[in-house]
Write a protein that binds this ligand. Structure first.
Ligand code: ZN
Length: 434
C-alpha cells in the first residue's frame, strides 16, 4: 500500500523529470546515488525486482548469487523511500556514489597527459582528435580509424558493415598480419553507457597499428575491430541521457530501444532477457531484429571459419566471462576457456595489480540470453569467445574518470595479446592445437 501511494506520486514526478531531460542533462541526476546492496535473502532480491519494475531504481550491476552485491542507481526523489525499504528488511547496503551528477562532471574532465618518452611524436601535427585523456564522440573515434588507414595503408583497411536505425555507419577496421594464421574479432560499445569500452578498443587499435614494432605477436592474426557496435546509443549518451544502454529503435515511442546484447540469435528470448520494451534488457521483437546485430551477424558469417577468437568489451566489474550465458551451461571446451581466462587475469594482475575474476557468465553473475558472445560461440563456433567487463570494481561504475582510460586500455590490450599468443602458439613449449 505504502509503495503504491508512493508510486502514484513518483509517476507524476517522473513525467516532469522526462520533459526536463534534454535541457538539464546531467542535472537530472543531482542528488541521485549509487548504492551497493547485499543480495542476502529472497526478500531483498524480490524488493529489488519490484523497485526496478516500478522504475524507482535502475540496476547498474546485477548479481543473482546470494551473498553477492547488486549496484543500483536511486534517483534523488525516491532515495529516502528506497533506503527506508532496505532498512525495513535489514538489508546491508553502502553508498558507492554519493552524488551521481558530480561523478558525471568528474568523468568528463580531461585527464592530464602523462609525460611521453617520445616527445617528438606528440608534437607532430596530427590529423585526428582522438586522445586517451578524455572520452570522445564517435566522429573522433572514426576519424582516428581514417587516419590510420591513410597513414598505414599496407596493414589497415575499413569496412562499413552496416547502418544503424538513425543512419550512422558501423565500421570495422581490419589490421592485417604478415603471417596471419587466424582472424580475431574485437567489439566494443554494444552497451551505450559503457564509455570505457570504445575508448579501450581504440587503445587496442593504436597498439596494434602505431606501436606494431613492439607488438610483433600481432603479425600472427588478422584483427577485425569494431570500436562502437551501438553508434546511435553511444551518441545519445553524449547528447541526451548519459546512462542510456540500448540502441535507439523507436517503434515504441514511450519506451525506445532494444538491448542489442539480448538480440542475437542463439537461445534468443530466454532467461535474463525481457519481452517488455520498457525494460533495459528488452530483447527486441525477434532475434536479429536490429540492424546493428544483423550487421555483425552478416559480417562474421562472411569472414567465416578463419575467426578463432571473439572478444566483446563491456564495463564494469572486472570480469573475464565465457559462454554460455543463456543458462548455467558450459561448452565442451570450457576448461580451455577457463584456463586461458585465468592466464589473462594473471597477466593483467602482473601488469596493473588489478584483479579480474574469471568464470562462466551465468554461474558467476546471472543468466542472460541472446548475447553476442553466446551466438559467437554457439552459433558461429568461435572457440575463444569472451566477454570482458573492464574497470572498475564499483567505485565509479559506468562513470569511470578519464584518467583511468589508458590503464584500462592497457588491461584490455593484455587480454588481446594473451589470446593471440595462445592461439598462435607463441612462447609455448607444448604442441599447439592449431
Ligand atoms: Zn555491457
Amino acid at each position: 500500500m505504502l509503495l503504491w501511494i508512493f508510486l502514484v506520486g513518483f509517476a507524476a514526478a517522473n513525467e516532469e523529470f522526462s520533459s526536463q531531460q534534454n535541457s538539464t542533462r546531467h542535472a537530472q541526476y543531482r542528488g541521485s546515488q549509487v548504492l551497493r546492496v547485499r543480495n542476502a535473502t529472497e526478500s531483498i532480491r524480490n524488493l529489488l525486482k519490484s523497485l526496478e519494475g516500478e522504475k524507482a531504481i535502475e540496476i547498474w550491476k546485477q548479481s543473482n548469487v546470494f551473498g553477492k552485491f547488486t549496484d543500483i542507481l536511486v534517483p534523488s526523489f525516491t532515495l529516502s523511500f528506497v533506503r527506508q525499504q532496505f532498512e525495513n528488511l535489514n538489508a546491508t547496503f553502502r553508498v558507492m556514489i554519493a552524488d551521481v551528477e558530480s561523478a558525471m562532471h568528474e568523468q568528463i574532465a580531461i585527464a592530464p597527459r602523462k609525460q611521453s618518452k617520445n616527445k617528438n611524436k606528440n608534437k607532430k601535427s596530427r590529423s585526428y582528435n582522438l586522445t586517451f585523456q578524455r572520452y570522445h564522440r564517435i566522429s573522433d573515434i572514426y576519424g582516428y580509424l581514417d587516419y590510420l588507414v591513410s597513414t598505414f595503408p599496407s596493414i589497415c583497411s575499413i569496412e562499413t558493415i552496416g547502418t544503424t536505425i538513425q543512419g550512422r555507419q558501423i565500421k570495422v577496421i581490419k589490421i592485417s598480419g604478415s603471417n596471419a594464421k587466424f582472424s580475431f574479432y574485437i567489439e566494443g560499445g554494444i552497451h551505450a553507457r559503457e564509455w570505457v569500452s570504445p575508448a579501450s578498443v581504440a587503445y587496442i587499435v593504436r597498439e596494434l597499428v602505431e606501436y606494431r614494432s613492439k607488438n610483433s605477436f600481432a603479425e600472427n592474426a588478422d584483427y577485425y575491430v569494431s570500436p562502437v557496435a551501438n553508434p546511435d546509443g553511444y551518441e545519445f549518451t553524449h547528447t541526451n541521457t548519459r546512462l542510456w544502454r540500448k540502441n535507439r529503435r523507436d517503434s515504441d515511442k514511450s519506451c525506445p530501444g532494444v538491448d542489442l546484447n539480448r538480440n542475437y540469435g542463439y537461445q534468443w528470448g530466454g532467461l535474463g532477457a525481457s519481452r517488455q520494451s520498457c525494460d533495459e534488457t528488452f530483447a527486441g521483437g525477434n532475434s536479429f531484429s536490429e540492424p546493428e546485430s544483423q550487421a555483425v551477424r552478416d559480417f562474421l558469417t562472411k569472414i567465416g571459419p578463419s575467426v578463432q577468437a571473439y572478444v566483446a568489451f563491456h564495463s564494469y566489474g572486472q570480469y573475464i566471462l565465457y559462454p554460455f550465458g543463456y543458462d548455467k551451461v558450459l561448452a565442451p571446451d570450457s576448461a580451455d576457456l577457463q584456463k586461458l581466462g585465468a592466464k589473462i587475469a594473471k597477466n593483467i594482475r602482473k601488469s596493473s595489480k588489478k584483479k579480474y575474476k574469471v568464470g562462466n557468465s551465468a554461474i558467476l553473475l546471472y543468466e542472460a540470453s541472446g548475447g553476442a558472445d553466446d551466438w559467437a560461440k554457439g552459433g558461429v563456433g568461435i572457440k575463444y569467445t569472451y566477454t570482458i567487463e573492464l574497470r572498475d570494481a564499483g567505485r565509479f561504475g559506468f562513470l569511470l574518470p578519464a584518467s583511468q582510460i589508458e590503464a584500462t586500455g592497457k588491461e584490455a590490450f593484455i587480454a588481446i595479446k594473451t589470446i593471440t599468443q595462445e592461439i598462435a602458439g607463441i612462447k609455448r613449449k607444448k604442441k599447439s592445437r592449431f
